[in-house]
Design a protein around this ligand. Structure first.
Ligand SMILES: Cc1ncc(COP(=O)(O)O)c(C=O)c1O
Length: 380
């Protein structure tokens, strides 16, 4: 068992050994430029196209509907600004939710400074958007709906299929940020009914510095970068072949092992919660609803315990994150917990624990022990 025990897989994941193996030849010797016509160039081009087909198969789309980017933030920027700029003659209204990652919210804020109007939909106490409310706020000038597939802090899964059906009916482009859901729950773009979908490599056992955006064929979108014609002009610049190959392999592995991984992540998450509840009883409050949550995520508050104090107290043994930030003695609550209307006391007591596909029972049992001892010491 590795020490400290890592239980923050929503922050990032280690690179899968199978992924590393696939990348090594491109680090070692296959250094050609995919645009070159001689053999090491061609082999790089083929590797990028193989990765594209692996990502496409993973989310059930056509190869030419995948654009490689540097990260989820870039994919979200390309999706949101790209749709906004391409359709500004049709309208300047965008619908999003109050619980998006800054990689969406900040893009929306920027667009609002450029004359776009943004509607931020509220969520219920479990962090879920109501599709009926999406319907209600649609206007004739709405050009984009962007709602995340699953939330990074509390794990709540959004009703993407229902929203997708509404968007289709109204002929409005629909983007979802699937950074957290890919590899944990199904991300089949046809079933979800989305036009654009964001993938983050490093949340999926691929390296940091690689992402992808699914853009449904026929979608009116502008590219943000201009240069040579790589990625069919949508994202010019010499391809990051090493990481692209890694993302492709990670998607192949995620698709192949999907059921087993989902089972393991959920079994470890549930073992952790059971362990905590059996030792601490009603001091444990689950934030959100486990029936509608990512299988690996547990957002939980411990009564009368500061989340910050807890995370730093156990930090050399177990790695978790908190739903609030502490700067110069002042505590700010995350926008997600605020949108869920959590009271200050509960929000400042909320931690996020997220398990991985290889999290072991003994790691969970150790984490329970460490958490319980710390909570007993720290209870106010
Ligand atoms: C839901 C979601 N979207 C976007 C991002 C941004 O990912 P990156 O920093 O890799 O661009 C994250 C990262 O935590 C995330 O959880």
């Amino acid at each position: 068992m590795k020490h400290p025990v890592y239980l923050d897989y929503n922050a990032t994941t280690p690179i899968d050994p199978e992924v590393i193996k696939e990348m090594i030849p491109f680090i070692d010797s296959l250094y050609g430029n995919p645009s070159s016509s001689y053999s090491i160039g061609r082999s790089n081009k083929e590797a990028v196209e193989k990765a594209r087909s692996q990502v496409a198969e993973f989310i059930n789309c056509n190869q030419e509907e995948i654009v490689f980017t540097s990260c989820a933030t870039e994919s979200n920027n390309l999706a949101i600004k790209g749709i906004a700029w391409a359709n500004k003659d049709k309208g300047r209204h965008i619908i999003t939710s109050a619980i998006e990652h800054p990689a969406v919210t900040e893009v929306c804020k920027y667009l609002s400074s450029q004359g776009f109007e943004i509607t931020y939909l509220p969520v219920d106490q479990y962090g879920r958007v109501d599709p009926e409310q999406v319907k209600e706020v649609i206007r004739p000038d709405t050009v984009l709906i962007t709602i995340m597939h699953a939330n990074n802090e509390v794990g709540t899964i959004q009703p993407i299929r229902e929203i997708g059906a509404i968007a289709r009916q109204k002929n409005i482009a629909f983007h979802t940020d699937a950074s957290q859901s890919a590899g944990k729950i199904e991300t089949d773009v046809n079933k979800l009914g989305v036009d654009l979908l964001t993938i983050a490599g490093h949340k999926l056992y691929a390296p940091k510095g690689i992402g992808a955006l699914y853009i449904q064929k026929g979608t009116r979108i502008e590219n943000l970068m201009h240069g040579a014609g790589q990625e069919r002009g949508m994202r010019p610049g010499t391809e990051n072949v090493i990481h692209t190959v890694g993302l492709g392999k990670a998607c192949e592995v995620a698709l192949r092992d999907y059921k087993q991984n989902q089972h393991n992540m959920m079994a470890s998450r549930d073992r952790l919660l059971d362990g905590l509840v059996s030792r601490l009883g009603n001091k444990v409050h689950v934030i959100g609803k486990l029936e509608n949550c990512l299988p690996n995520t547990l957002s939980v508050a411990f009564e009368n315990v500061s989340a910050h104090a807890l995370a730093s107290f156990i930090g050399s043994d177990v790695l978790i994150s908190t739903g609030s930030a502490c700067h110069s003695g002042e505590t700010t609550i995350s926008s997600v917990l605020q949108a869920m209307n959590l009271d200050f006391r509960t929000a400042t007591a909320t931690v996020r624990v997220s398990t991985g596909k290889r999290t072991m029972e003994k790691e969970i049992d150790f984490a329970v022990e460490v958490l319980v001892n710390a909570i007993k010491k720290l209870t106010l």
